[in-house]
Design a protein around this ligand. Structure first.
Ligand code: GLV
Ligand code: GLV
Length: 320
């Protein structure tokens, strides 16, 4: 069967695809994911799928592909869009792309920490608006990040650790949840392990780096937002549904917390209307891993996983 790609990848990754020497079907619109019916039709008879977070890969897709299917290589570190149990039940390997996007994602997470705390995007809009401005001691005063602010990292894994390294360089106090919060590496960045309640209560900025699972869906809801400081900021570069977005919009409107920086949304690409008009919110279109070299590395790793499985070798980065 063929290798199906739900979107064209980077030039480097597409060159790796061609070197596999298998028939390839690439979804023909580079800007939009395939419609469901198109996806179901194009996977028919495939041996391998390279999918993105925009595709829901469930039992129906796996059955549409049929019994030749050996691997679903999701080109993302998150794989909440793939029904891993359904794949396992059909003997289909699922892989993701961990490790190669940690730095790129941490850069954008930390960019959102800086943008929200120092009001950078709001200030840019202000200058562009043609406002009559002059330097002033109270103009766009925001939260001091360096030397003293506390960053709460929810889910200290590979990406969270890369964020911790940046926060340490900025002189921040760091609290973190997650199994690696007590590791030597974390201790080296001055990370203090904390449970979620303490992290929420003591952090000036809370940044999310856990995967989306049934356990983390709406991990941050009305109750958790109320537990944060009224001056606190929330940053999410993980997955939208980890935050109850309606509760977030409501908390911002009522001054329960002071702002948010979001790269991901609960019902992506839709953004809660309560967030769109707010100056204390920075909104990005899910671009945290969108570094040039990073996207190439993600694509190449997905292709390498396909190569390995089709050759009967163990894949580099299986999930589950
Ligand atoms: C992007 O969101 C990813 O999971 O890689
Ligand atoms: C600000 O521009 C200063 O010089 O303090």
């Amino acid at each position: 069967g063929h290798l199906y790609l739900s979107r064209e990848l980077t030039d480097g990754a597409m060159a790796a695809v061609r070197s596999l020497g298998v028939p390839v079907v690439v979804h023909d619109d580079p800007d939009r994911p395939p419609a469901r019916e198109q996806l179901l039709a194009d996977v028919r008879g495939a041996s391998a799928l390279i999918t993105l977070l925009t595709e829901r890969v469930d039992g129906e897709v796996l059955d549409a592909a049929g019994s030749d299917l050996r691997i679903v290589a999701n080109c993302a570190v998150g794989y909440d869009n793939v029904d891993v149990a359904a794949a396992r039940a059909r003997g289909v390997v699922v892989t993701n792309t961990p490790g190669v996007l940690d730095e790129a994602t941490a850069d954008v997470a930390f960019g959102l920490v800086l943008a929200t705390s120092r009001r950078l995007v709001e200030a840019d809009r202000f200058v562009r608006s043609g406002a009559d401005w002059i330097w002033g001691p109270r103009l766009f005063v925001g939260l001091d990040v360096s030397a003293g602010a506390t960053l709460g990292i929810v889910g200290l894994g590979r990406i969270g650790m890369a964020v911790a390294r940046r926060a340490a360089a900025f002189g921040m106090r760091i609290l973190a949840t997650g199994s690696r919060a007590t590791s030597d590496e974390a201790a080296g960045y001055g990370v203090e392990a904390a449970d979620l309640d303490r992290l929420l209560a003591e952090s000036d900025v809370v940044t999310l780096h856990c995967p989306l699972t049934p356990e983390t869906r709406h991990l941050i809801g009305a109750e958790q937002l109320a537990a944060m400081k009224p001056t606190a900021l929330l940053v999410n570069t993980a997955r939208g549904p980890i935050v109850d977005e309606a509760a977030l919009a409501d908390a911002l409107a009522r001054g329960v917390i002071a702002g948010a920086g979001l790269d991901v949304y609960e019902d992506e690409p839709r953004v809660h209307p309560g967030l769109l008009g707010r100056d204390d919110v920075v909104l990005l279109p899910h671009i945290a891993s969108a570094g040039e070299a990073t996207r190439d590395a993600m694509g190449r790793l997905a292709v390498e996983n396909v190569r390995a499985v089709l050759a009967g070798e163990p894949p580099r980065t299986p999930v589950g």
